[in-house]
Design a protein around this ligand. Structure first.
Ligand code: ADP
Length: 552
């Protein structure tokens, strides 16, 4: 019942402490997790955005450079000169010396006639008329034209840049073919990680560069359609059941769209290290909190139980001592009451004895009988008086006094209290008193209590059939002390118990037989009286207590 109460209290304490400490800890862990996740995802999208913008700028710069190169040639040289093939070859060689990406260069008049051409297909292209081609129309209206990528005769991906110039109100066109390998190179710089991809599509969703995974050049890519994108798109999208992070950014001229694909798993993998560390710290924290809580609550409840037990015992003790005090008073009262009639009976018996001395009664044939009766009455009255005196002394034991005490006498009296018990258990009490023992100034009542405790313990230890030896002497080494030696041939005290027998509440007896207070109280009393208690014990042989009393 007692322990069950503390067990529920302990569980309540554990649950409450764990609740108060673990909930904030876990809340903190979850918040950190989400914050971290968000920040990292933002970082991933931001870096994808920056990557897409950088690549877009590089591609646009590439086109701007080529267009302005062609424009410079068209503006700085006359149509007449450029249509001379030898001059056009010179110009082409200069251009190629700066950039190998130029494949050929041609001059076309306003009617679409290819007037001059430098490049690998001079036979095929020289006499071609472009008047009906789409790009011819387009360049005339916009001034600059960049074609989509196509394979051409040599099956090498390339595209056309054409610019116009006006001379004498006549428009003519400078047209160059450019190898698109450079564009592929710029785009491939954005193919990050093991599964990342990057490619360019035109406005009809046809691949203009060769992707790593997303399909083949000049086909539609295996990705969501970004061909109509107007602004930058950064989005987590699913395509054919596979989720990827896509970044799409339109390029202004030509009207293409750069698409970059990243594997979110691969990007987030970097974060998993941080998650593991967080989980580890959190797990460690949780274990520490649980262990700490269990440990401290166990400690606290143990202390509480001990305190409660101590309290209960000291309450028991107080009840016991107040009972004893009441008993002492009662005994003294009764003894006092009985003493008076006893006194009268004794006096009357004495008077009767005196009367028996008179002549007539002496002659009576019952004189002997009378005399014996009166003697018996006197003996029994004396015995009763002895008992009432003892009771009176017992009553007085509660008060502390200081008087000259004959220790031998005090011991003899104490033994009389326990004689019956010893006799009943077939225990002999041998005494060996030092007849020359001096009287000492001490508290006889308290000292008697000490002797009672020790002799009582000895009788308990012997149990049945044994011997007790009580000896008094002056200490030869230190004549300032008297020694009372109380030995028994009981089972002795184990080494482990020997160090504890003077501790309060230490007992090896059943709860209803021993309180564990006798020796601790005795120890306190003897110390207070200026003396000392020592013990020697051999297991299996017996125990001897030495009570040393100052010889003053
Ligand atoms: P209690 O008698 O109530 O147990 P005490 O303080 O008087 O308390 O004694 C403490 C313990 O010391 C006893 O329980 C017992 O184990 C041990 N003890 C005391 N005297 C003897 C003795 N003469 N022989 C063996 N054990 C003893």
């Amino acid at each position: 019942m007692f322990h069950k109460h503390y067990e529920t209290l302990r569980i309540k304490m554990i649950v409450m402490t764990l609740g108060f400490s673990l909930i904030p800890l876990l809340a903190l862990g979850v918040t950190i997790y989400y914050q971290f996740n968000n920040t990292f995802q933002n970082k991933i999208t931001e870096s994808l955005r920056t990557l897409a913008q950088n690549r877009k700028s590089s591609i646009e710069l590439f086109f701007d450079e080529r267009i302005s190169q062609l424009n410079t040639i068209a503006q700085t040289h006359s149509f007449e000169r450029l249509k001379e093939e030898s001059f056009l070859t010179k110009v082409f060689n200069v251009m190629q010396s700066r950039s190998k990406s130029f494949i050929d260069l041609g001059v076309i008049d306003s009617d679409g006639n290819h007037l001059a051409y430098v490049g690998p297909y001079s036979e095929k292209l020289k006499s071609v008329n472009y008047a009906h081609e789409d790009w011819f129309q387009a360049v005339q209206s916009t001034g600059v034209y960049v074609s989509d990528v196509f394979l051409g005769f040599r099956k090498v991906p390339h595209f056309i840049i054409a610019v116009t110039s006006v001379e004498n109100n006549r428009v003519w066109i400078l047209r160059a073919t450019i190898n698109s390998a450079i564009i592929d190179e710029i785009v491939s710089g954005a193919q990050i990680g093991k599964r990342g991809d990057a490619f360019i599509i035109n406005r009809k969703n046809i691949l203009q560069t060769t992707p790593r995974f997303a399909g083949n050049l000049l086909e539609s890519p295996n990705s969501p359609d970004f061909s109509s994108s107007r602004g930058t798109t950064i989005e987590l999208m699913s395509f054919k059941g596979e989720e990827s992070l896509y970044g799409a950014i339109p390029i202004s001229n030509p009207q293409w769209v750069l698409v970059i694909r990243e594997d979110p798993q691969e990007e987030m993998a970097l974060l998993s290290g941080a998650y593991y560390t967080e989980a580890l710290i959190l797990g460690f924290g949780v274990i520490l909190v649980i262990l700490g809580t269990v440990f401290t609550t166990r400690l606290m409840t143990r202390r509480l139980i001990e305190a409660q037990k101590d309290k209960a015992k000291s309450e028991d003790l107080m009840i016991q001592s107040s009972k004893m005090a009441a008993l002492g008073k009662m005994a003294a009262g009764i003894a006092h009451e009985i003493n008076n009639p006893l006194q009268i009976i004794g006096d009357q018996a004495g008077w009767m004895k005196d009367l028996l001395e008179s002549e007539d009664i002496k002659k009576s044939e019952n004189f002997e009988e009378f005399d014996q009766c009166i003697n018996k009455i006197e003996r029994q009255v004396n015995r009763s008086r002895e008992i009432t005196h003892r009771l009176l002394r017992f009553g007085r034991r509660m008060e502390t006094t200081q008087e000259m005490v004959d220790i031998n006498h005090l011991l003899a009296e104490t033994i009389t209290f326990l004689e019956n018990e010893a006799h009943f258990r077939d225990i002999q009490i041998q005494t060996e008193y030092d007849e020359l023992l001096p009287k000492v100034s001490t508290d006889p009542n308290q000292l008697q209590q000490v002797f009672l405790n020790i002799i009582d313990n000895a009788i308990d230890a012997v149990g049945q059939s044994g011997q007790l030896r009580i000896r008094t002497s002056t200490d030869l080494k230190d004549p300032k002390e008297l020694v009372v030696q109380i030995s028994d041939n009981g089972p002795g005290i184990s080494k482990e118990a020997l160090s504890k027998i003077f501790d309060p509440f230490f007992t090896t007896k059943r709860a209803d037989e021993g309180t564990g207070l006798g020796l601790s109280i005795s120890y306190g009393i003897v110390e207070k009286l200026g003396g000392h208690i020592e013990v020697e014990s051999v297991e299996g042989k017996g125990t001897t207590f030495y009570v040393r009393i100052p010889n003053v």
